[in-house]
Design a protein around this ligand. Structure first.
Ligand code: COA
Length: 370
């Protein structure tokens, strides 16, 4: 296929989210993503804002991120991206491919994936990972399911993303369940869950902040952030520990502010040691007023079994309802084998909305290329 043009998305250093002329190719990539989301979900709740994309795709000292717009005869038909962590996971590349609905089944997806894989291999990366979400309804009906190698969760075998990924040599390592919580959550339910949980949580107290972590907690918070990469289930996905320090926490906070993202953090403090034992983060964009994203939630090993996951989540939901009264939903994603987290979410009222396949291909797999 020779008539496909691939243009690297360039984000000028001085690009501003509110300037209409800024990064036109990036806007086209977002339009493609929004059209795909409309077609699959009937809304763009899962899409980030232009401001976020601007700072995300610019990359930083921890991640290099490359995004390409594919066009045919001057018309955008797809996009692909490849992301490299620069401090850890140096063998891994994260790849994403999207083809506009009217242009599918013409080999564009395969070509974009090959291009992204070649770029990753040129950088010495030998593990490729990609994530793709399908709505819960896609599993309705008699079709065969593909079970994740984790042993928990499955995806319909016949959806285009499953066929495409398997055909390209990827295996389904893990399935995440995506869920939605309708807001507001009745205070009666939160109060009942809270009083049950408090009976198990003697010796801990709750703290919280908006945006910037108080200086007294930033070092222990950075330590907990690092544990998210080791203490949460990742099945057969080859993922190394991500090292967090106070600079990385501050860098993320500053990026959130520049991109128009507000964040609420609730955490549990272990009173006798002064260490942070658990945290949860919710994020919000004023330009997408109806939706809140559940970011990380973690209870560190050694502090589990004290209902801290439930307590930090209840505290953060209450704060979110007060800070963002227009919000109508919280969206979250959890590994299907993460029974404890899913049980907490179910008690709070989260309902499953979809499944995300976590695909992986290793260049040194003996079956690769056969
Ligand atoms: C998955 C996706 C990228 C495929 O793009 P595409 O341009 O249609 O794919 P191609 O035409 O290059 O197809 C490559 C192979 O994938 C398989 N495939 C892709 N879509 C398929 C479908 N709807 N039905 C059956 N097989 C399909 C086929 O094996 C095909 O090879 P073939 O035509 O020789 O049989 C596209 O459907 C898409 O953008 N979906 C939404 C986002 C997504 O799922 N991204 C992938 C993340 S894992």
């Amino acid at each position: 296929m020779t008539d496909l043009d691939l243009t690297a998305v360039v984000i000028p250093e001085d690009a501003q989210p509110d300037s209409p002329a800024t990064a036109p190719q990036l806007r086209e990539c977002l339009r493609l993503e929004e059209a795909h989301n409309h077609a699959v979900w009937g809304n763009t709740d899962r899409c980030g804002t232009f401001g976020e994309a601007l700072y995300y795709w610019r990359g930083n000292s921890y991640f290099e991120r490359l995004l390409f717009l594919a066009s045919k005869n001057g018309m955008p038909v797809g996009s692909c991206s490849v992301e490299f962590s620069l401090k850890d996971n140096l063998d891994t590349a994260w790849i994403n491919v999207l083809v506009a609905e009217d242009h599918r089944r013409r080999g564009i997806g395969r070509r974009l994936l090959q291009t992204a894989e070649e770029m990753a291999a040129d950088r010495g990366r030998r593990i490729f990972q990609g994530f793709c979400e399908e709505p819960a309804e896609s599993a309705d009906g008699p079709g065969e399911m593909l079970h994740a190698k984790s042993g928990s969760g499955s995806l319909p075998l016949a959806v285009p993303s499953s066929i495409f990924a398997r055909r390209a040599g990827y295996s389904l390592e893990q399935v995440e369940t995506s869920s939605r919580l309708a807001l507001p959550v009745p205070e009666e339910l939160l109060g009942k869950l809270e009083s049950g949980a408090l009976e198990h949580a003697a010796g801990y107290s709750l703290v919280g902040w908006e945006g910037s972590c108080p200086e007294e907690f930033v070092a222990p918070y950075a330590e907990l952030r690092g544990r998210m990469s080791t203490d949460a289930p990742t099945a057969g996905l080859e993922l190394e520990k991500v090292n967090w320090d106070t600079d990385r926490v501050r860098e993320e906070e500053q990026t959130w502010v520049k991109s128009g993202v507000e964040a609420l953090v609730s955490a549990a403090l272990h009173n006798s040691t002064g260490r942070l034992a658990a945290y949860t983060v919710l994020s919000y964009r004023q330009t997408k007023p109806h939706v809140v994203f559940q970011e990380d939630t973690l209870v560190a090993f050694g502090h589990r079994g004290h209902r801290l996951g439930m307590l930090v989540k209840i505290a953060n939901i209450r704060r979110a309802q007060e800070a963002w009264p227009a919000a109508r939903s919280v969206l979250t994603w959890n590994a299907s084998e993460n029974r404890h987290m899913l049980a907490i979410n179910t008690s709070l009222g989260f309902k499953p909305s979809g499944f995300e396949g976590e695909w992986q291909k290793r260049l040194d797999d003996p079956l690769y290329g056969t």
